[in-house]
Design a protein around this ligand. Structure first.
Ligand code: X90
Length: 288
């Protein structure tokens, strides 16, 4: 196998292996490497076998300490070993050790297999923006481009992809130190939704706070348009919020009827941090 595209499970892609490999006619290998969620003695592995609803209801009934863990270098290594050319796409290195783990795995592989090429891309983001990046990497791999071209093209494409999200609850982000407590604090008040985005550096940047059922999603679309969205691909990932994901999709299609808007469900990691009703949107901007 010439190319492998490997993501971590923060991309919500753990169940997409078959679909992606079939669409690529078996010419590209796809793997998702799992992060883990821990609640006391119980551990959830964010792979294709995880029952996300069961995890969410367990966490609802559990009041102790909970957290997450990035994949080990060995887990990345096992995926990297399967191809000659590999592109790995990780959750932002600002919030997780996943990128560092993948880089350690790359060093191990290059000791053992000096001829393999591994490119580890820090998405500076997560969730649906990683879906856009991974899909693009698969399509470049099918063009049979060189390893250097893959790196250049992906870094160029990454400049055009973006992540914006609306959250109703930031408890797990705050408790695990992934967001500034003072900044987020007011979100704890009932009925307030937070609009935030992945900053250029890959940190969580709070933009607005809004009340009301649809207001935050209207603002989200306004921000997307301000930021250069003119009808490219959009991937919406939601945690039990089909209604608002659908609402947003409709609004985008009203404005740009030809755009492709896919809706997927958050899996383990993003369900844990984005929490019930969280909606994450990855989109493409105009060419810089
Ligand atoms: O290594 C680990 O334990 C994983 C830690 C991940 C922490 C943040 C996950 C966020 C998931 C919620 C909002 C998106 C924030 C993106 C900012 C760049 C989804």
């Amino acid at each position: 196998m010439k190319w492998a595209v490997v993501v971590d499970s923060s991309s919500d892609m753990a169940c997409m292996k078959q679909e992606i490999e079939e669409a690529a006619n078996g010419n590209v290998l796809f793997e998702s490497v799992a992060l883990k969620l821990e609640a006391g003695e119980v551990e959830f592995t964010d792979d294709e076998t995880l029952d996300v609803d069961e995890m969410i209801s367990y966490l609802k009934s559990y009041s102790g300490k909970s957290g997450s863990a990035s994949p080990s270098p060995q887990e990345w290594y096992d995926a990297f070993e399967q191809a000659d050319n590999v592109i790995a796409i990780t959750i932002t290195s600002e919030l997780s050790g996943s990128y560092r783990s993948a880089c350690a795995a790359k060093d191990m592989i290059q000791e053992d297999y000096p001829d393999k090429n591994i490119f580890v891309l820090d998405s500076k983001s997560t969730g649906p923006e990683m879906v856009l990046l991974a899909r693009k990497a698969v399509s470049f791999a099918l063009e049979d481009i060189s390893f250097d071209e893959m790196q250049q093209k992906m870094l160029k494409y990454q400049k055009r992809t973006h992540l914006i999200f609306a959250l109703e609850n930031m408890d797990n982000l705050i408790k695990n130190g992934r967001v500034n407590k003072l900044e987020a604090g007011v979100a704890a008040l009932l009925g307030i939704k937070i609009l935030a985005r992945a900053s250029v550096q890959g940190t969580l940047e709070i933009m607005k706070k809004a009340r009301g059922k649809t207001k935050v999603y209207d603002k989200m679309l306004e921000e997307m348009l301000d930021y250069g969205y003119i009808g490219g691909h959009v991937v919406i990932s939601h945690c039990n919020n089909e209604a608002m994901a659908g609402y947003l999709r409709l609004k985008i299609l009203e404005k740009y009827p030809d755009s492709q808007v896919d809706i997927i469900r958050t899996r383990g990691l993003c369900s844990f941090y984005a929490e019930e009703k969280g909606v994450l949107v990855g989109y493409e901007r105009i060419e810089a």
